[in-house]
Design a protein around this ligand. Structure first.
Ligand SMILES: *Cc1c(COP(=O)(O)O)cnc(C)c1O
Length: 309
């Protein structure tokens, strides 16, 4: 038993037509807490439980915090999530609904994180949202499932925030003997720390995040992601917030599933930026999911971003 579920990998007729390729979707949005994060975080929480930890602590108000809260409830281990005041009411409610203790502290994430760190006792485990080898190993299981399904992609498309998903997928490609399958790492403009790092040749730290894709809002990717990009064929792509939000809307119509702009960024490659896919015939898009957006919010973003454009 794992805390994540095996997810379907389906062929998308709509994205196939839009991009002129065969497009496969790994539906991580179907994970019970709504995103791929539960793969790595679930595996890490189980390991911490085996090591005798009695509480899980997180400072993520996004899908990572929700996954920690879910894992704790399933394992019967208390969870404390410290989030800044900017965390939406919806995210707070989702964390509380998993019976986690929610502490709202500070104007920005670093203040919430500092409080979370100060709470840590000997029997507590801190769960980082992306920079942890336990997480990468857990995320890698999604590639195992694709291989077991008998699907061999020519390229894998995924979204990058802090680079935990990317690091896990590269690990999964390697352990399945797919060292030659390239990865396209997609970010929104304004949250493009990975793209800038690959272009500059060092790990760039962004001065500020200006994208609405909050799940991609890491100012710097983890060292492991940058190191793997030097070893594994990796291309970077950036899309506008409007392209990411529009892709969410089209995906909702085409597949009747709602995902965040962080995930829409990857879908946007199939819908409108197919040139970035190069000559790949079989494309695997990781539908990373996300639960903090709503239909109303998507509509509002789309309107605001269209007016700006
Ligand atoms: C966390 C997250 C990402 C980014 O993952 P990283 O491991 O931080 O690169 C992308 N999309 C969604 C929906 C997420 O929750």
């Amino acid at each position: 038993m794992t805390l994540h579920i095996p997810t379907p990998c389906i062929e998308s007729h709509a994205l196939g037509q839009a991009s002129g390729r065969r497009v496969w979707l790994k539906l991580e949005n179907l994970q019970p807490p709504g995103s791929f994060k539960i793969r790595g975080i679930g595996a890490a929480c189980e390991e911490h439980a085996r090591r005798g930890k009695r509480r899980f602590v997180s400072s993520s108000g996004g899908n990572a915090g929700i996954a920690v809260a879910y894992a704790g409830r399933r394992l019967g281990i208390p969870v404390t999530v410290v989030v800044p005041e900017t965390t939406t009411e919806r995210a707070r409610a989702l964390i509380r609904a998993e019976q986690a203790e929610l502490i709202v502290h500070g104007k920005a994430w670093h203040e919430a994180n500092a409080l979370a760190q100060s709470l840590l006792g000997e029997n507590d485990a801190f769960l980082h949202p992306f920079d942890d080898p336990l997480l990468w190993q857990g995320h890698a299981s999604l590639v195992d499932e694709v291989a077991q399904a008998g699907i061999r992609p020519d390229v894998v498309v995924l979204s990058v925030g802090g680079g935990g998903l990317y690091a896990g997928v590269v690990e999964g490609l390697r352990r399945n003997g797919w060292n030659d399958v390239p990865v396209i790492a997609v970010e929104t403009l304004g949250a493009d720390a990975f793209a800038q790092s690959l272009a500059q040749g060092y790990r760039v730290e962004l001065a500020a995040i200006t994208s609405i894709a909050t799940s991609l809002a890491a100012k710097q990717v983890c060292a492991q992601a940058f190191a793997l990009a030097q070893q594994h064929a990796t291309r970077s792509a950036t899309v506008s917030d409007l392209a990411a939000v529009s892709a969410c809307g089209r995906f909702l119509d085409d597949h009747r599933m709602l995902v965040e702009p962080a995930c829409g960024a990857s879908l946007a490659l199939g819908y409108g930026h197919a040139d970035a896919l190069g000559d790949a015939e079989n494309v695997l898009i990781i539908v990373c999911g996300g639960v903090t957006a709503t239909v109303d919010q998507l509509r509002q973003w789309r309107q605001e971003l269209s007016e700006e454009a």
